[in-house]
Design a binder for this molecule. Structure first.
Ligand code: SF4
Ligand code: F3S
Ligand code: FES
Length: 236
């Protein structure tokens, strides 16, 4: 089938003052991924097109972008999923464009780092052996271990668009992963960090984050569990 692909282009370093869109007509299979189309453009039409990719299988989280207006991983969306032969691809909203689809992820990772995304060992068990964890205790944070830090959630959030200092759903998801881990000893500290001015209360339960997550994480549910833990305690 023939695809008309509109591609966002912007290279501020070259003196370009405004973004533009380039249009390419490509032959594609319905089972081609949007990433395949971008690779085709780069290989046969314009080698200066810039985008991030690594695994090409929905694991590394590097190729999140807007595809026909919705955040997704370019390697996970097939041409046939879009039900149209007109496809527009644009960079994530709310992060500075460095070139084409390459956005500055540093503010996103600053928010991630701010919630202490690492295990702080809780008190050692009296027998000096490992921390045991029941299946039920593990299940409390199982969903949020799936995050690949692609930023699709945070950059689809209207509260983040309105205020880029908001810590964002991705950071809260990763805080959730440790807050509800019975082996961790820093839940209170993380809750205090998220209780600050640009923390979790900026979330207005818009659900865009849940819809955007390519790992099907129940992002809004995780956020509401953290809000509840602030009121009632973590309870492990
Ligand atoms: Fe990506 Fe989902 Fe993690 Fe957000 S929660 S960064 S959308 S994997
Ligand atoms: Fe934003 Fe998700 Fe909350 S889209 S407002 S973080 S539910
Ligand atoms: Fe790794 Fe798409 S290239 S998630």
């Amino acid at each position: 089938m023939e695809i008309t692909l509109r591609v966002f282009r912007y290279n501020p370093e070259s003196g370009q003052t405004k973004p533009r869109y380039d249009t390419f007509t490509l032959q594609a299979e319905p089972t081609d991924r949007i990433l395949d189309l971008l690779e085709k453009v780069k290989a046969y039409h314009d080698s200066s097109l810039s985008f991030r990719r690594s695994c090409a299988h929905g694991v590394c989280g590097s190729d999140a972008m807007r595809i026909n207006g919705r955040n997704a991983l370019a390697c996970k969306v097939l041409v046939r999923d879009l039900n149209t032969d007109k496809i527009t691809v644009e960079p994530l909203l709310g992060l500075r464009v460095i070139k084409d689809f390459v956005v500055d992820m540093e503010p996103f990772f600053d928010s991630y780092r701010s919630i202490m995304p690492f295990m702080v060992n809780a008190d050692q068990p009296a027998d000096g052996k490992e921390h045991l964890q029941s299946v039920e205790q593990r299940e409390r944070f199982d969903d949020t271990t799936k995050c690949i830090l692609c930023a699709a959630c945070t950059t689809s959030c209207p509260s983040f668009w309105a205020n880029d200092q908001y810590v964002g759903p991705a950071a809260i998801v990763n805080a959730h992963r440790f807050i509800f881990d019975s082996r961790d000893g820093a839940s209170e500290e993380r809750l205090n960090i998220l209780n600050e001015q640009n923390g979790i209360w900026r979330c207005r339960t818009a659900f865009n984050c849940t819809e955007a997550c390519p790992r099907d994480i129940h992002v809004t549910k995780a956020i509401s569990e953290v809000k509840k833990a602030m009121r009632e305690g973590v309870g492990h």
